[in-house]
Design a protein around this ligand. Structure first.
Ligand SMILES: [Zn+2]
Length: 304
């Protein structure tokens, strides 16, 4: 078994009001579940270095960063994010972006690695929304371009919500290809144009989803010839998700992971995985789906 460091930031738990719908406890549960599986060791779990100002500013405008850091977003901007401002909110967002940077860096030598959180794809260059402050995938893509000589990156976004912030950040930039497969009628209601968008109707099930995903993934890899992929493995296309509107089963989501990760491994494209959304009525379901993604990666690269 080749050790692969996985990066977590669940020590940064935000003080949220009671009944807040963001499942803050999910991340620590995921790490516990991975350890309990016996497939991952304690020595593989790492706390990342937080993303620096310079790293964040490759994807976000300096004024936005400064206003986030100093708690100077106006109430409407803070409300769009959905978290009350706190120093911990800033720290957690930096840490999670640092985790995706670290996962991308490890992926370049080991084939894959993961951030056990992240996938905050609704963060735009100058604003955040939908529980997203900084766009970790965008920051990590830019970091690898800056520090590792990576020229072309593909972002494969399988969260059920469109990666609107990512699409906007990389609009007109041929070096980062954005692919999003998501619910047509779900948040965000005003969609941005990714390089490739696949929109699915409410109630889409496993077979139809996988049919579209396979074609979308092939087109993405064909058009972008990436040297690095960042996979947002959202657990929210699940039929039991409160915010999902699709009808994928756990088995279908496992096939999704096999398809994405198996294809990348077969083409020798390194991949950094971020968890993205997951809001199942029973949060253990989201935890299980995320854990299955990481177990699939472990299995696929163990065989390689
Ligand atoms: Zn989502």
């Amino acid at each position: 078994m080749n050790a692969v460091p996985l990066f977590y930031s669940d020590v940064f738990v935000l003080p949220l009001p009671a009944h807040h719908r963001f499942p803050m406890g999910k991340y620590a549960r995921l790490r516990e579940r991975l350890l309990a599986s016996g497939e991952f060791g304690l020595d593989e779990m790492r706390v990342p270095r937080p993303a620096s100002d310079a790293e964040i500013e490759r994807a976000h405008c300096p004024r936005y960063l400064e206003r986030v850091v100093n708690g100077r977003l106006d109430p409407a901007e803070q409300k769009a994010i959905g978290f009350p401002w706190s120093p911990r909110m800033v720290e957690r967002s930096r840490q999670s972006s640092g985790a995706t940077i670290a996962a991308a860096r490890e992926a370049l030598t080991r084939g894959w690695s993961a951030n056990l959180a992240g996938g905050t794809h609704h963060a735009f260059r100058d604003r955040g929304e939908g529980f997203c402050v900084f766009n970790d995938a965008a920051i990590a893509a830019r970091a690898m371009q800056a520090e590792a000589g990576i020229r072309r990156v593909a972002i494969v976004d399988c969260d059920v919500h469109q990666g609107n912030g990512t699409a906007a950040i990389f609009r007109g930039d041929d070096s980062v290809f954005t692919f999003s497969i998501h619910g047509a009628r779900n948040f965000p209601f005003a969609k941005e144009a990714s390089d490739l968008d696949v929109e699915l109707e409410d109630g889409t099930g496993d077979d139809e989803y996988l049919w579209h995903l396979e074609r979308g993934l092939d087109e993405t890899l064909e058009r972008s010839a990436p040297q690095l992929a960042i996979y947002l493995a959202g657990a929210d296309p699940y039929e039991g998700d409160r915010l999902g509107r699709l009808k994928l089963t756990k088995a279908g989501l496992a096939r999704r992971d096999e398809l994405v990760l198996g294809t990348l491994e077969a083409r020798a494209i390194p991949v950094a995985i971020a968890m993205a959304g997951g809001y199942a009525r029973d949060i253990e379901d989201s935890v299980e789906i995320h854990a299955n993604t990481l177990l699939a990666a472990r299995r696929i690269w163990a065989d390689s």
